[in-house]
Design a protein. Sequence first.
Length: 353
Amino acid sequence: MKKAFITGITGQDGMYLADLLLSKGYEVHGLRRRTSLLNTQRIDKYFADSATYSHKFYLHYGDLTDSSNLTRLIQEIQPDEIYNLAAMSHVHISFSMPEYTANCDGIGTLRILEAVRLLGLTKTTKIYQASTSELYGLVQEVPQTEKTPFYPRSPYAVAKMYAYWITVNYREAYNMFACNGILFNHESPYRGENFVTRKITREVARMAYNLADCLHLGNLNSKRDWGHAKDYVDAMWRILQQDKPEDYVISTGVTTSIRDFVIKTFALLDVELAFEGTHENETAVVVKNNGKYAFKAGQVVVKVHPKFYRPTEVDLLIGDSSKARQKLGWQPKYNLDALIKEMIDADLKLFNK
Ligand code: NAP
Ligand code: F7E
């Protein structure tokens, strides 16, 4: 039985990856943070499953900012594979806490690599580093590939850039099986509520049941290449099953604006919108409600609020994942429409009390 250690197991990707690895027969160990309220909602299902909990699934307290704790855990677990998914992962919030973001997302990766090296596990433990399309920032090429130069645009992306290169450096310097997955945005019903896709599906569902009046958003023009987290954790696993450690772009190759994501979400509820005005004065108004939910013609359902603007924005991301498709045999099963449908259905269920 292979052993995996997942940092960030309480997050969106951690949950999907734990599901995947348990289904493949792995023993899964996860890092959880001490929090004043419990933070394990996404993985609570395993606590209730007595055949899994403490037999194939284990949680350990720790933090990416605590090297002695990480080193002890890696020594005790002796994992075959480490998936370093833990991070302060919110780009906008990273402008408010840049130092912590550097410590956690940048140096945190170094702590894991050093632990494996100092414990003499370089030949036995493979490492996956959660790199990101945010590295491309002010894009130097369209679409972005493994060869596109980086131009990070936030403290988050700069920290992740350190993590990317220290992973490459440890691979080259110490012959470690350490790889970067450069993953473009990936979403799901389990996405954190303050990322734009989930914010949209959640607030639209609340409006559908008269629990909210209006959705407040920032930049509607930026474009993202959105996939489903379930497809993307499969790519993470494939990256560590190769003969040679390499870095891979994982993306759908389709890009969509925030505005079009909003339009698609409302369309699934049979509501037609019209956007009026520009910049801070832009709004979306209901033109026609052909569906069963509580929207009225003329109702303003989206307003722009500058507090959601970022000091520096990433305007356009679109990935070319040809390398992953050829070498890993990976391709996404979900398209954007199927992803949004799953997300809005889940949020409608959540608020239909
Ligand atoms: P997420 O839902 O925000 O989960 C982040 C995880 O990291 C949570 O388990 C969180 O714990 C944990 N964490 C945060 N700070 C920590 C610390 N100091 N020590 C230990 N754990 C800590 O993020 P995600 O969407 O699953 O993303 C997973 C990884 O992929 C992240 O590294 C992210 O930066 C990267 N990434 C994500 C995307 C995407 O579109 N989702 C794309 C590219 C790369 P709590 O639950 O306690 O907060
Ligand atoms: O923003 C715009 C915002 O926060 C997407 C993380 O997983 O993916 C994620 O980072 C876009 C940006 O994701 C709102 O300005 C408009 O242009 O959903 P997001 P992100 O910044 O792309 C990458 C790949 C990661 O690695 C990260 O960890 O949407 N936007 N209005 C808004 N964004 C938010 N959050 N909230 C708004 O109201």
